[in-house]
Design a protein around this ligand. Structure first.
Ligand code: PLP
Length: 348
């Protein structure tokens, strides 16, 4: 018998959205950015490729300095991660002993549960209300770490700011605010880092900076927290291509702000159109929407869309099993999605 840890044996592992190996799908299932980054970000890549023999900068200095310009925090307060998932894992391993408690909402980003289980920590889930929102601050005195995403998937809306503030204030452990989708909204939680010394904000370049394939994320917090997390991360946690492309992307703020606005405009059109097609759709602060068709089971809609080469995300999970989550694509992709939905509705 292999000496597999009980907590690993008992975990089914994270189930990512499908990444089809063919290009004939309209891919609206994993919240990637539908627009490519500007081609200039590849200009100095050749130089980096010539250096693949050498290890990358272990502390991602150029990337963190570029992030510092955009985020407005000293680079010493920024930790770079191999995607923001890396930051979540590092936080877990920095602040939580196996057997201690980690708290998060239900439903939320399902990776929190997977990594907490694999770590051997206990989970306390706090249910959201019937609209997937908070009715009160998320309080869990025994939690060494609270993961809280705002905007929170699968709903995609920011959590109530006052409640979140109270969560940070009352927490006895560390609060990690996961801002993976924040650039598609008008709010962020930078001020909580300044107000409370137990708050980490995580950011990713996967969504708003069109770099999901490169795995670049950040943890931003007090010096005291970053110093400890820095000991826990893998020694070369970002490869040199990821560091270079990440730093380059930050030089094109105007371009990216333009595409965030485009995504928001398309998002609003998608929401209105789906409502007109007899879906119940929540508002969204992210690059995806949560929608429940009133004339077909969500699981069936998912399958029928997939047969017609449109991929959306379906979660076979309590509370959200009659919803699909749809990533905001280009206008042409959303037109195609709506066209297929119309056909299916006419056939139903
Ligand atoms: C809330 C949330 N956090 C983090 C991530 C992952 O980000 P990254 O690609 O930087 O690991 C996702 C991806 O779907 C997410 O939904």
């Amino acid at each position: 018998m292999l000496p597999i840890r009980d907590c690993v044996q008992q975990t089914s592992g994270y189930l990512p959205g499908e990444q089809p190996q063919t290009t004939d799908y309209i891919k609206l299932n994993t919240n990637e950015n539908p627009y490519s980054p500007p081609s200039e970000i590849f200009d100095n890549l050749e130089e980096e490729l010539k250096k693949v023999r050498l290890y990358p900068d272990p502390v991602s200095t150029k990337l963190r300095k570029a992030a510092s310009q955009v985020f407005g925090f000293p680079y010493e307060q920024i930790l770079a991660g191999n995607g923001s998932d890396d930051i979540l894992n590092i936080a877990l391993r920095t602040f939580v002993n196996p057997g201690e408690t980690v708290a998060f909402l239900n439903p939320t980003y399902s990776l929190y549960e997977t990594i907490t289980k694999v770590h051997g920590a206990d989970i306390k889930t706090i249910p959201t209300n019937e609209n997937f929102e908070l009715d009160s601050p998320l309080i869990c005195p025994e939690a060494k770490l609270i993961f809280v995403a705002s905007p929170n998937p699968p709903l995609g809306k920011h959590l109530n700011r006052q409640y979140l503030k109270e969560t940070c204030k009352q927490a006895t452990g560390v609060v990690l605010i996961d801002e993976a989708y924040v650039d598609f909204s008008d709010e962020n939680h930078w001020e909580f880092i300044k107000q409370y010394d137990n708050v980490i904000v995580s950011r990713t370049m996967s969504k708003s900076y069109s770099l999901a394939g490169m795995r670049v994320g950040f943890g931003i917090s007090s010096l005291a927290i970053i110093e400890q997390m820095n000991k826990v991360r893998d020694s070369y946690n970002l490869d040199r291509i990821a560091q270079t492309l990440g730093a380059n992307c930050f030089q094109f703020q105007d371009y990216f702000q333009g595409i965030w606005q485009k995504v928001r405009t398309t998002r609003n059109r998608l929401i209105t159109s789906l409502r007109n097609l007899d879906f119940f759709v929540f508002d969204s602060d992210a690059n995806f929407v949560l929608a429940s068709p009133q004339w077909i089971e969500a699981s069936e809609l998912y399958s029928k869309l997939k047969e017609r080469k449109v991929l959306v995300r379906y979660f076979k999970q309590p509370r959200i099993s009659n919803y699909v989550r749809i990533t905001v694509g280009t206008d042409a992709e959303i037109d195609r999605l709506l066209e297929v939905i119309k056909q299916l509705k006419n056939e139903s």
